[in-house]
Design a protein around this ligand. Structure first.
Ligand SMILES: C[S@@+](CC[C@H](N)C(=O)[O-])C[C@H]1O[C@@H](n2cnc3c(N)ncnc32)[C@H](O)[C@@H]1O
Length: 274
């Protein structure tokens, strides 16, 4: 395996239609699904899931959601999403559209959610402006995104699908441009979960030390993505029993010491009044 492949093997895998559900299953089963449910519990009325991916959220919206729209620009992800939706009891409209350009009237939604999406959006500022535009004045947007300070490397974006990674202050600053009220929370892991993450980061550090000149940055993004996809498809074939033992009780959502959170959750109200 080449250096780039090993580097990407050592990072968290997210995304990518062919392997997305398989790649994420262990994490979802371990507790991410219940955290998602908790984060989505505040959704109500006409709701749009932006960057809906393969539809991992569809069964998790609460009953107060009266109408659901799933926006997903990637045709491969949308092709996974549609059959999953048909097989479920959930009624929703699927549109293939990017967050930056949603063809909906202004003030036409009550809730907009972005779970693990902002980092893959080429123009996040435009995406937030668009979310604020389509929300009603009393509407809310929820963003879940990894914390740059604890994800991979704080000084470098390693994942070839990511355009941006935020720390708590940066996420707040981004949201406050478009929303009058921003509450930040963090998703924290237990000691044993944090230990697994620390080991993963140590492996990544060892690999990156072999490339001190950061020549990896010269590899075209497309190629890095293909290497990453290939590794993601084959990785986790022998699951770590310690990872298998992680449950929802290993995670908690709270608002203090956010720099140490694994993921960040921003709940934003007062759209357009930032
Ligand atoms: C990591 S996946 C997250 C999927 C899903 N929201 C979840 O929580 O599992 C990121 C998703 O964002 C989508 N995406 C990429 N660029 C986007 C954009 N400009 N607007 C909206 N979604 C985008 C990708 O196609 C992908 O489905």
């Amino acid at each position: 395996m080449g250096l780039a492949a090993r580097i990407y093997d050592a990072t968290w895998g997210r995304g990518f239609a062919a392997v997305y559900d398989r790649g994420l299953k262990a994490t979802e089963d371990a507790g991410l699904r219940e955290i998602r449910r908790e984060v989505l519990a505040g959704a109500s009325g006409r709701t749009i899931d932006i960057g809906a991916g393969t539809g991992v959220n569809i069964e998790l919206f609460p009953s107060q959601v009266t109408e659901l729209v799933l926006a997903e620009p990637d045709p491969h992800m949308a092709a996974k999403l549609r059959p999953k939706l048909r097989a479920s009891s959930v009624e929703a409209e699927v549109i293939e559209a990017p967050a930056e350009q949603l063809s909906f009237e202004s003030s036409s939604f009550d809730t907009a959610v972005f779970t693990l999406v902002l980092w893959t959006v080429p123009d996040p500022a435009a995406a937030l402006a668009e979310a604020a535009r389509i929300l009603r004045p009393e509407g809310a947007a929820v963003f879940v995104t990894p914390n740059r300070l604890t994800f991979a490397r704080p000084d470098e974006i390693i994942d070839p699908y990511h355009y941006v990674e935020y720390d708590p202050a940066q996420l707040r600053e981004l949201c406050e441009v478009h929303f009058g009220s921003v509450e930040l929370h963090g998703i924290f892991g237990s000691q044993r979960y944090s230990q697994l993450i620390a080991e993963q980061l140590a492996r990544l550090d060892r690999l990156l030390r072999r490339d001190p000149l950061r020549l990896r940055r010269l590899i075209p993004r497309r190629l890095r993505q293909r290497l990453y996809d290939r590794r993601l498809a084959s990785e986790r074939s022998e699951p770590d029993p310690r990872a298998a033992a992680i449950t929802v009780d290993d995670f908690e959502l709270r608002a203090d010491a956010l720099d140490k959170a694994h993921d960040l959750v921003a709940v934003c109200h007062a759209p357009g009044r930032g």
